[in-house]
Design a protein around this ligand. Structure first.
Ligand SMILES: NC(=O)c1ccc[n+]([C@@H]2O[C@H](COP(=O)([O-])OP(=O)(O)OC[C@H]3O[C@@H](n4cnc5c(N)ncnc54)[C@H](OP(=O)(O)O)[C@@H]3O)[C@@H](O)[C@H]2O)c1
Length: 287
């Protein structure tokens, strides 16, 4: 059995990973929640982890509000950089495997070669938001000594504590609201169930003998937010004429910058086939 300990197990992504790993007898899951261990408290982190019996530590806890992060910089840094350093140092002092969950927001999303903006695991990060910067600094703490997994636009079915972009758009359309959605941008939506299954496969195949590597566990289809909106409306039988086209520049005025063309792909994930957005919405999204 692979014994996993993790931070962020109550969050949008973490709670689905917990659900899927717990259903498999090959895994034991131990959640270390914020109430028990605030990752910004270094002594508490070392004290808490030394009593835990685990093979792999999954670190998901983070400050994740991209817009607010521009204002609450000190707090964001404390959690995403110092918090990551605390957990990483404690895990490494026990000689255990460390897996850090990161984001496509470490990239700038600019079109580079031949008007393309494709980001693989070895592409150079260049974050354009404070959140992205702190997640990248977290990566630099781990890089070479642990596994880094980058996600992008994660979504799932049912989760009361936090809306992802699919359920936000669904809810606004259900209320009959008009939405402006960006046409000149690319995102790669990622079904969180796929992340959990891919992670499971990775953990089992590695036989607990991890090479320090970066993996993009991301969906297999890049689309504009506008096209995503249309697919969401169709999936839930909602009025797609409420979705109006806007530009990246217009939409993000006064908000934190996001990578504009984030066509994130993987060379290193050769072990689990991630699905595309339309496929999930048509065939696997239950509601
Ligand atoms: N959502 C996205 O769009 C996205 C995209 C790419 C990558 N990611 C990455 O995926 C990971 C999980 O994201 P998510 O969307 O699931 O986040 P989330 O729902 O906001 O959950 C974050 C978790 O971190 C915990 N946490 C925050 N501050 C903490 C602290 N000081 N000590 C201990 N725990 C703390 C939170 O606990 P409380 O709830 O008790 O505060 C929460 O359980 C993050 O590392 C994020 O950077 C997310």
């Amino acid at each position: 059995m692979v014994r996993i300990a993790m931070t962020g197990g109550a969050g949008l992504v973490g709670s689905k990973i917990v659900e899927i790993l717990k259903a498999d007898e090959n895994f034991g899951v131990l959640m270390v929640l914020k109430q028990q261990m605030d990752i910004t408290n270094r002594n508490l982190v070392f004290d808490t982890l030394k009593d835990l019996n685990f093979d792999v530590f999954l670190h998901l806890a983070a400050y994740t509000n991209v817009d607010k992060a521009e204002i609450e910089k000190e707090n964001v840094r404390k959690i995403n950089v110092e918090g990551t350093r605390n957990v990483f140092d404690a895990v490494k002092s026990m000689n255990k495997n460390f897996v850090y969950i990161s984001t496509d927001f470490v990239f700038d999303g600019e079109k580079k070669i031949n008007q393309k903006s494709i980001f693989f695991e070895d592409s150079k990060p260049n974050p354009v938001s404070y959140y992205g910067l702190t997640k990248y600094e977290g990566e630099k703490i781990v890089n070479g000594n642990g596994t880094i997994i980058r996600l992008s636009y994660p979504y799932r079915t049912k989760f009361d504590n936090k809306l992802d972009f699919v359920r936000s758009i669904r809810s606004l359309l259900e209320q009959g609201k008009t939405l402006s959605m960006v046409t000149d941008s690319l995102i790669v939506p990622t079904f969180i169930d796929d992340v959990a299954y891919a992670l499971k496969t990775l953990l089992l195949k590695s036989n607990l003998n991890f090479k320090p590597e970066i993996f993009h566990l991301v969906g297999s289809q890049a689309l504009s937010p506008y096209d995503c909106g249309k697919i969401i409306a169709k999936t839930f039988g909602l009025d797609d004429s409420l979705i109006k086209a806007t530009t990246y520049e217009e939409y993000f005025k006064g908000k934190a910058k996001r990578p504009q063309f984030s066509d994130i792909r993987s060379m290193n994930n050769i072990f689990y086939k991630m699905s595309g957005f339309e496929d999930i919405m048509q065939n696997r999204y239950t509601f």
